[in-house]
Design a protein around this ligand. Structure first.
Ligand code: ZN
Length: 260
């Protein structure tokens, strides 16, 4: 494995199986994040056996806060995700989005409740060496998200990865102290704040991601994923004044320990 995408919506690409096979041949591993737990079984069946031990592709069960915010998912799906957390180590995308348009219809409560149920279930199912891995979305909600991770025990019992972290510097340090990991992408690294955070995050808790595809349900290509990861790597190396080859080796080692 030369690169690892810690937050890729592989199962939402029209040509998912083809992209997965190409990723393996390009030596790119991935954590494939879902958005609706009802598709987890089908996603797993579709993408079973596409990864290789050298370039693993793991399929996560997710419940995206936008799907809760607009009513596409609700309490039954929150319950389904919590039950799935007992059966798989890979959970994401889940989390909170408190931007105005995501809370105007139903408020914050359904999101907080779904995240709490999933985190509690994941923490209960986590065992030493079999920690649950969570890929977390948090927009204008990092403090509340950390409250939930700490209250449920997920912060200590699971490997919690903030995807595209956009909280304040204080919240970043709080997440670092809580033991969280961070996956960064080229969109975030295009901003001064994103580059500053890429410099501050402890080297052993840093991962790359793409959050591809740009449009769900359309065809995509593994080459675009790899190129985006390469651009993110170059931006992180510049921000940290690190040797790109050494940083790349560190990031692959991080991915391996995340999945171990
Ligand atoms: Zn995402």
């Amino acid at each position: 494995m030369e690169l690892f995408d810690a937050h890729l919506h592989l199962q939402l690409m029209a040509n998912a199986a083809e992209v997965a096979a190409e990723l393996a041949s390009l030596r790119v591993g991935a954590l494939a994040c879902g958005v609706d737990p009802r598709s987890w079984e089908a996603d797993r069946a579709l993408l079973a056996d596409v990864g290789t031990p050298a370039s693993p592709i793991v399929v996560a069960a997710g419940l995206h806060p936008w799907w809760l915010a607009d009513g596409r998912c609700g309490s039954p799906e929150a319950e389904l995700l919590a039950s799935i957390c007992a059966r798989t180590r890979w959970i994401g995308e889940l989390g909170l989005d408190f931007s105005a348009r995501r809370i105007e219809r139903l408020g914050k409560e359904p999101q907080v409740e779904a995240l709490t149920r999933a985190c509690a279930a994941a923490a209960a199912a986590s065992m030493a060496g079999q920690e649950r891995v969570l890929s977390l979305h948090s927009v204008r909600a990092a403090g509340t998200c950390l409250d939930v991770l700490e209250r449920t025990g997920a912060a200590t019992r699971c490997r919690c990865v903030f995807h595209w972290f956009s909280g304040t510097t204080d919240e970043l340090w709080r997440a670092v102290r809580a033991g969280c990991w961070f996956s960064v992408n080229e969109m975030g690294l295009a901003t001064g704040k994103g580059r500053e955070y890429a410099k501050l995050i402890p080297a052993e808790r840093l991962l790359l991601e793409t959050d591809h595809p740009a449009e769900l349900g359309r065809p995509w290509s593994a080459q675009r994923v790899r190129e985006s990861l390469e651009r993110a790597l170059a931006l992180v190396a510049a921000a940290r004044k690190a040797d790109p080859a050494e940083l790349q080796a560190q990031l692959v080692a991080n991915a391996r320990s995340l999945l171990a």
